[in-house]
Design a protein around this ligand. Structure first.
Ligand code: UD1
Length: 419
């Protein structure tokens, strides 16, 4: 186990470069299984989820290099094998192998996926859609065993626009016979990124980024190329930090359109920033106004930024309300924020935050990835030393976070937690 030690309270300046999106790359890598060709993925983040997925691909026979933010995958010798618990349980996104393996080989065996504990997080939309596509799924010994003779195009409707289920249906239907239509599809930019990658291999996917996606099945795919989009959640986290302790902090490699809801809300709180092409320059705002945040699917305020944003709300003068609508367990960080001096009352999925409250450094715990981001933001603005344990979660989502923050003047280090 590792923990982060932060000496808070300093302003920061310089440039932070945003990495490729975690939620894209974790789908792009399994998507490459659909071709026997060669794939090049640029702007790839070097995070543990990526290493695990690449190791998983190697067990199937992929030849892989990863250098200078570029992953090359050669699938000439790839074979369909079981994705064992050793790999699947390390991250939730291992479920994308369900879509790509069944799509390509019409048979897949995969152990249950892992991931952060933020609510029940079922995968019934994935399973029901696969069944709708004629795929037989049996659960045995904590594994899914999937079989189908031929995947025919079908009509899929989601009760809720699930990111993972949308991508999994795209993966399973790219090589299907006939046309698949997904209604009420997720519109997140990561979906568009995956569709561009598959289309570069020769897939026929239309409408990604809208709520109706059409996939005309093709027989085979060739070589693929894609640039991973910048991580809008990482960018949003550093923008929040900039609004609290920035001194002309530059955050580079962003796509403004992907951050619209976040920037809109920060502007409402009185934050000033300047956007120049693919970068944003942001400085701390001394008198933040209270605002209400309600998370929603894209283009709404991202659930993954709700927790770090709730830390910013502790510094707004007055009452702010933070409401989480996607997951049921996204408020587990609140007791930790309160222990640092925040004044927050939490009710199920809503938090009422009264500020501004100075925060004091404390020993706190990252209960999940984005809770870790919330604690990090708190540690940066707190007086004194903050120790965040269980930090593996945070390291999973933020590439080289200690280096990036140190380079702009933060006193931060990662140590082994013997306890
Ligand atoms: C993805 C992101 C995650 C983000 C989330 C919502 C990845 C790897 N992760 O997660 O960071 O927080 O989108 O933007 O891309 N649901 C069901 N049944 C299902 C699938 C989902 O009930 O089969 C529910 C979930 O419990 C949740 C909601 O739908 O309440 C959204 O889930 P979904 O969009 O699928 O999130 P993920 O793809 O898991």
């Amino acid at each position: 186990m590792k923990k982060l030690i932060i000496e808070g309270g300093n302003d920061i300046s310089g440039t932070i470069k945003i990495s490729g999106a975690k939620n894209s790359i974790v789908a792009l890598i399994p998507a490459s299984i659909l071709t026997n060709g060669k794939c090049v993925i640029t702007n790839a983040p070097d995070i543990s989820d990526v290493r695990i997925l690449l190791d998983t691909m190697r067990t199937l026979g992929s030849e892989i290099t990863f250098e200078n933010e570029t992953i090359t995958i050669d699938n000439r010798n790839v074979k369909n094998k079981k994705i064992s618990e050793e790999y699947a349980s390390k991250l939730r996104a291992s479920y994308y192998f369900m879509g790509s393996l069944i799509g390509k080989y019409h048979h897949a065996e995969i152990a249950y996926p892992g991931g952060c504990v933020i609510g029940s997080r079922p995968i019934d939309y994935h399973i029901n859609s696969f069944k709708k596509m004629g795929i037989n799924i049996v659960e045995n010994n904590a594994e899914y065993i999937m079989d189908v003779d031929k995947i025919n195009g079908s009509h899929i409707y989601f009760d809720f626009p699930s990111v993972g289920a949308t991508i999994n249906v795209i993966l399973a239907s790219t090589l299907a016979s006939g046309t698949t239509v997904i209604e009420n599809a997720a519109k997140e930019p990561e979906i568009t990124n995956i569709a561009s990658f598959l289309n570069s291999m020769g897939a026929h996917i239309y409408g990604a980024g809208t709520s109706t996606i059409t996939i005309e099945g093709v027989e085979t795919l060739g070589d693929g190329y894609v640039e991973t989009i910048p991580d809008r959640i990482e960018a949003g986290t550093y923008i929040i930090i900039g609004a609290l302790i920035g001194d002309n902090l530059k955050i580079d490699n962003i796509i403004e359109k992907h951050l619209e809801s976040v920037l809109y809300k920060l502007k409402e709180a009185g934050v000033k920033y300047k956007i120049d092409d693919q970068s944003i320059i942001i400085s701390k705002t001394n008198s933040l106004k209270p605002i209400n945040i309600k998370t929603a699917v894209y283009p709404g305020f991202p659930t993954d930024l709700g927790q770090p944003m709730s830390t910013l709300l502790t510094q707004c003068a007055g009452e702010s309300i933070f409401e989480e609508t996607i997951y049921e367990n996204r408020l587990r960080h609140i007791p930790h924020l309160n222990s640092m001096g925040a004044n927050i009352k939490a009710f199920e999925r809503t938090a009422i935050i009264n500020g501004p409250t100075p925060l004091r450094g404390r020993k706190v715990k990252a209960t999940d990835l984005r809770a870790g981001a919330s604690m990090l933001v708190a540690g940066l603005i707190a007086e004194g030393r903050t120790e965040i344990s269980n930090i593996e979660h945070l390291l999973r989502g933020y590439e080289r976070i200690v280096d990036k923050l140190s380079s702009v003047g933060v006193n931060i280090r990662l140590i082994d937690d013997e306890k």
